[in-house]
Design a protein around this ligand. Structure first.
Ligand code: IPE
Ligand code: IPE
Ligand code: MG
Ligand code: MG
Ligand code: MG
Length: 331
């Protein structure tokens, strides 16, 4: 894993002075840009042609699909890890390494989400989806290899010298990604379309049932990204709980904003097709309650997310800005 450790040095430019006052949206955008650049540097280092000592070779087609699958994206999950960990004084380049594991799982989830038997999408981040640019088998394998690479990173001492901390992180990310988390939520999302019922009609779900689907398929990984910072910083249970509450509100708000963008967004700006949730009968708060009510819920969740950060006072200004960004984002 020497390539990865050297990537930490590449990311050394990540350091920034912590502000004690409320951050402006521009400060948030600049900070996200810095994390994005660091993530990109790490990706270059992780996805090199040179096999690691335990590997025989790195098949060029698979490697190329993995690079393609990890290109672009807002990098919000590593941002949440880095900013949550910063609350506890964790060196940013270490938190970034952990954030990469979350980004890899996220990228894998998108590749599989876009496959024909899932959402059947051909546009992602402004480009053809992985199975369109390559082929379905390669896309499945690229997803598999990104997911497993994420856990390889978590096993690395560069994440934290204490193995018990690393094991907690493995447990956190695997639960957030698996049966009771993202993968389980994706199952419920497809079921809600009605594709496994005899009449193939979308299920009629209550707002609480929709919230459960969304908090699993999208919220679980976002919540875990916030908690991961607390674990890395060996935070008190109360502080971890506060970040958990923030992450839950953030996660649900994030999916509502994704659904609003699908309903109202502009394809060129979004980088993915819009209007597809309605066509497929996806269970969203937008389809259930309408745009105005969904927007109201989004605002309420942002207030909830901010309130959860009160134990951190002004130190959490950047996380507050991240939550506010969800109300205005258009991609
Ligand atoms: C999109 O996530 C998929 C969902 C989980 C709703 P993002 O909007 O974070 O996707 P990228 O990484 O920025 O492309
Ligand atoms: C996807 O939700 C959530 C994942 C776990 C990938 P969506 O299906 O709404 O995401 P987009 O709109 O395709 O990015
Ligand atoms: Mg989907
Ligand atoms: Mg989709
Ligand atoms: Mg969507």
């Amino acid at each position: 894993m020497t390539g990865q450790v050297s990537a930490l040095d590449l990311a050394a430019g990540l350091g920034h002075g912590r502000s004690v006052s409320a951050e402006t949206p521009n400060a948030f955008a600049r900070r996200l840009d810095v994390v994005t650049a660091a993530v990109e540097a790490q990706l270059m280092s992780l996805l090199t042609d040179t096999p690691l000592p335990d590997e025989i070779t790195r098949p060029a087609r698979l490697l190329s699909a993995m690079r393609y699958a990890t290109t672009g994206g807002k990098r919000l999950r590593p941002f949440l890890v880095v900013e949550s960990a910063a609350l506890f004084g964790v060196p940013e380049k270490l938190a970034l390494f952990l954030g990469m594991a979350f980004e890899l799982v996220h990228c894998y989830s998108l590749v599989h989400d876009d496959l024909p038997p899932m959402d059947d999408d051909d546009l992602r981040r402004g480009h053809p989806t992985v199975h369109r640019a390559f082929d379905e088998a390669t896309a499945i394998l690229a997803g598999d290899a990104l997911l497993t690479l994420a856990f390889d990173l978590l096993a690395n001492e560069a994440v934290h010298p204490d193995a018990s901390v690393r094991v907690s992180l493995v447990s956190l990310l695997s639960r957030a990604s698996g049966l009771g988390g993202m993968a389980g939520g994706q199952m419920l999302d497809l079921e809600a379309e009605g594709r496994f019922s005899t009449d193939h009609r979308p299920l009629s779900l209550s707002p609480a049932e929709i919230e459960r689907i969304q908090s699993m398929k999208t919220g679980a990984i976002l919540t875990a990204a916030c908690e991961a910072g607390a674990i890395l910083g060996q935070a008190t249970p109360a502080h971890r709980q506060a970040l958990h509450r923030y992450g839950r509100a953030f996660g649900f708000a994030f999916q509502i904003s994704d659904d609003l963008i699908d309903a109202e967004g502009d394809e060129k700006t979004v980088g993915k097709h819009v209007g597809k949730d309605a066509t497929r009968g996806k269970a969203t708060l937008v389809s259930q309650l309408g745009i105005a009510e969904a927007r109201k819920q989004l605002s309420t969740l942002i207030v909830e997310a901010e309130a959860a950060l009160s134990p951190f006072d002004t130190k959490a200004a950047m996380l507050i800005s991240a939550a506010r960004f969800l109300a205005t984002r258009n991609r």
